[in-house]
Design a protein around this ligand. Structure first.
Ligand code: NAP
Length: 545
């Protein structure tokens, strides 16, 4: 920062672009591509040293897609689809990062990106009709449009446990994993957390470590991933069917290949029901969660039935019955939190070098010490600690930036009682700011959601360029109506009553203990129709000038 300049002088000296994008993950990369295609000058600010977002940061052992790779990349470029060979049905993180680097190279994206650039603030300047973005080094950049591409799971959180920073050995959060692999050979390792991340990491760490101790507060339901390599013949067949595959995803409720069975659980005779579940449990991917009977996530009895089925699977896979019971969630039903897909997770507890500590009932954690973890019963000593303690989901990344809109309105305050948006893309009081994957948008298959959102938003910008508009805001009544739609759509879901990152709960973050609605839980195909109609109507829900 040039300290000899006053704040006003610094603003004046700031470079100016048509658009600034915060984040160079899947969203930011594609938004850049599309805006550049329209002839806009764009600057992307990225905290990391390269592209990739989630797949740049989360390098922990076992990290991989649990969505089918060939539905989880970009679909906008036929050439790219034909060029890229996925090696596995559920791509491991290193391959996915390689893919995203390939995309950045192919479309020469890095030339408009600035890395090691953490955005601290973004302030709307009404008089200039521009945004001013300030980085952590104090430098400022201005632009007419601001796009947030900051992800829904990017604000990682460490456990709020006394003494956390006193541990003398290395301690890692999976979302800040070192770029060189961590060697667990011969080490005593402690891991806190049993969410999707830990469920992927635990089997891999256990294979290497001398001993792995898992501190579990609440168990999560999980089902097998059944990953496999993709043969060249299979990849050729996938490439030939890409158009059909993505057309199918576009009309399913969550934009995945899976879609629920219209039958109601208890209408199906028990033997037929069991056979259906056995089939889903043996198949790869999310079918057991989102390809199940249509009432599974809304009807308590239906949910109890599938939960009992999955609980029995855990009992069959874990040799020690008492341990199996510890791994079976009792506080929420199957599918009411995001279901992690696992590869040998439950069998890992049959190993001699793995111990599960139930911190809710048996051994509450008292504190972290220089040597390890002190529980109500004993001190566990470790060489390495892993804090797989998750994220301040969806709004967390917004809270970490000082977003100020019209008349200095602070986004954190505007959303204090829960986010308020139109389509999850624009917020009241924040003109010319568009959010990719903002709260209250449709998500499901994330890259598909991103492509859809970028398509809608760049359509809106195109509309402005065509009409000579330079200022866009949503209409407040549209924000009220959309917020209501989103809240109503969540009401019938059993998941709406269960604390998790998806309902905005993070026990490590002050003020994040109350359940909120953070996503649009209606039908993705319906969301697509709503946005398409909005575009066709000439974006009538927006006010331009
Ligand atoms: P998470 O599901 O929120 O799990 C965090 C875990 O840490 C929970 O078990 C939680 O226990 C525990 N925890 C947090 N603070 C603690 C504390 N102070 N003391 C003890 N335990 C504590 O986070 P995540 O595993 O990182 O997963 C988040 C999301 O990321 C997933 O749901 C998924 O959407 C995404 N993800 C995707 C993939 C993939 O695509 N393959 C892989 C990994 C993650 P409580 O439940 O008791 O709070």
């Amino acid at each position: 920062m040039n300290v000899t300049l006053t704040a006003a002088e610094r603003q004046q000296a700031a470079a100016t672009y048509d658009a600034i994008i915060i984040g160079a993950g899947i969203s930011g990369m594609f938004m850049l591509y599309r805006l550049r295609e329209m002839g806009l000058s764009v600057r992307v600010f990225e905290m990391g040293s390269n592209v990739g977002g989630t797949w740049y940061w989360n390098r922990y052992p076992g990290a991989r897609f649990d969505s089918e790779s060939w539905t989880y990349g970009y679909s906008f470029s036929k050439e790219l689809l034909q060029e890229w060979d996925w090696k596995e049905h559920f791509s491991p993180q290193p391959d996915t990062l390689e893919y995203l680097n390939y995309v950045a190279d192919k479309f020469d994206l890095r030339r408009d990106m600035q890395f090691h650039a953490t955005v601290n603030a973004a302030h709307w300047d009404e008089a200039a009709n521009q945004w001013t973005v300030t980085l952590d080094d104090g430098s400022q950049t201005r632009a007419r449009f601001l796009f947030t591409a900051i992800g829904i799971l990017s604000a990682h959180t460490l456990p709020a446990i006394p003494g956390r920073d006193s541990f003398q050995g290395p301690a890692y959060h999976p979302a800040r994993w070192p770029h060189t692999p961590v060697d667990f050979t011969g080490k005593r390792v402690g891991i806190i957390g049993t969410g999707a991340t830990a469920i992927q990491a635990i089997p891999e760490i256990a294979k290497q470590a001398k001993h792995l101790t898992v501190f579990q507060r609440r168990p999560n339901w999980a089902a097998p991933l059944h990953n496999a390599k993709i043969s060249p013949e299979e990849m050729a067949s996938i490439k030939a069917r890409y158009e059909e595959i993505y057309a199918h995803c576009a009309q399913t409720p969550t934009w995945f290949i899976h879609q629920s069975d219209p039958r109601k659980t208890l209408d199906v005779p028990p033997a037929e029901r069991e056979a259906f579940w056995e089939k889903l449990y043996a198949e790869p991917g999310f079918g057991i969660w989102i390809g199940n009977f249509s009432d599974m996530l809304i009807d308590e009895k239906a949910n109890a039935a599938i939960s009992a089925f999955i609980a029995d699977k855990i009992r069959q896979r874990v040799k020690d019955p008492a341990l199996a019971e510890k791994l079976i969630p009792k506080d929420h039903g199957f599918g009411t939190r995001r279901v992690p897909l696992e590869s040998g997770y439950f069998e890992t507890y049959n190993r001699d070098n793995v111990t599960l500590i139930d911190t809710l009932e048996d051994e509450p954690i008292v504190c972290i010490t220089p040597k390890g973890v002190k529980t109500a019963k004993q001190e566990h000593e470790f060489d390495i600690m892993v804090y797989a303690t998750g994220f301040d989901g969806v709004t967390g990344a917004f809270d970490r930036i000082d977003f100020r809109g019209t008349n200095g309105a602070l986004l954190r305050d505007v959303w204090r009682d829960g986010p308020r948006t139109y389509l999850g893309m624009v917020a009241d009081h924040f003109p010319n700011m568009l959010m990719v994957l903002g709260p209250h948008t449709a998500r499901g298959n994330i890259p598909q959601a991103i492509e859809h959102s970028v398509g809608f938003q760049t359509g809106l910008i195109r509309h402005m360029l065509d009409h000579g508009y330079t200022h866009v805001e949503t209409r407040p009544e549209k924000v009220d109506a959309w917020t209501e739609i989103v809240i109503k759509a969540a009401e019938p879901l059993l998941s709406s009553k269960v604390p998790s990152w998806q309902t905005g709960v993070n026990r490590n973050v002050e003020g994040r203990q109350v359940l909120r609605v953070l996503g649009y839980n209606g039908n993705g195909a319906h969301f697509r129709r709503t946005t398409d109609e909005e575009a066709k109507s000439g974006y009538q829900s927006f006010a331009f000038r």
